[in-house]
Design a protein around this ligand. Sequence first.
Ligand code: NAD
Ligand code: TYD
Length: 332
Amino acid sequence: MKLLVTGGAGFIGSNFIHLILERRKDVEIVNLDKLTYAGNPANLKAIEDDKRYSFIKGDICDAEIVKQAMSGCDVVVNFAAETHVDRSIDDPQSFLKTNIFGVQVLLDEAKNTGVEKFIQISTDEVYGSIERGSFSEGDRLSPRSPYSASKAGGEMLAQAYFVTYNSPVIITRGVNSIGPYQYPEKAVPLFTTNAMEDKELPIYGDGLQVRDYMHVYDHCAALDLLLDKGQAGEIYNIGAENELPNIEMAKLILAELGKPQSLIKHVTDRPGHDRRYAVDTAKIRTLGWAPKYNAKQAIKAAIQWFVENRAWWEPIKSGAFREYYEQMYGKR
Ligand code: NAD
Ligand code: TYD
């Protein structure tokens, strides 16, 4: 099987490439990544000399480079995206470009090439916020941030290509994933590395927003399963069904690291902040998938990775990230 993985130098994409190369002997992977601020070749250092792996630097919005990258591929797994909600609030347009237009370029080339499977990696955030209960795959989408709206747009196109051109599209809606190589703008790595540096943990608003924190290994294992068992035209929620309010997540991180709870600082809330995400995962579970980690285990494992891999995150936090952080949190 020859896979085109887009956005494979980011957090989930790089974990997926590691997992696939480990689990499958007879596989070839082409990674097409623009290397935005979130793409990091260091995430793939351990496998960069693997003969089954190759890297192309390029933009999924560029039809020529996409054609070159997809040539001879059986399967496309599209991780490439702008992914941070806070950045989408300040600059929605870059999100629309990659998360909608880029998806269309990939879908078009997949149609021309005749790939057997096209997995569009989407998010639970397309459903919007839910006070009680959980969303199933057939529920109405109600995205509430420019990020989730752009991801919903990408999905809509993918579904339209399935109906109109019979494109073999599968959509996945994963929950908040955490673990190795997650860029430290996201809450769990930000709080963990801030705590390690004795810096404050900026909690938006009252901190009672709820997320389902899933280990990235579980997310990638579900995607691996869908390579074999996912059906074209279907949507799959992927989640650990294990909820935690942000404030509890922050307290857990501080306790694990032996740092004082006084590092918690409530700051101005994110505009339009979704209160709670929750998805029903019965459908993917019937295919034989179940998460190995509950939320606390996933957070503890993520903390451990950041403790053991200072050399990975310290250059990020002391580089371009610093300016972003000062701008973002200076405002709050
Ligand atoms: P990330 O921000 O860590 O990585 C994104 C990657 O995409 C980077 O390597 C970046 O360089 C690349 N990229 C961005 N724009 C590109 C373009 N135009 N062309 C080519 N490459 C480009 O993101 P992540 O957290 O790994 O998320 C991966 C996917 O999973 C995204 O589609 C995201 O919406 C989805 N998702 C993420 C989560 C989560 O908790 N992180 C949960 C559910 C779904
Ligand atoms: P994040 O990791 O950005 O994921 P998402 O917004 O896509 O769910 O944030 C997770 C939760 O943590 C979310 O409710 C926002 C909150 N949060 C903070 O309280 N402080 C922060 O500095 C960040 C980045 C997030």
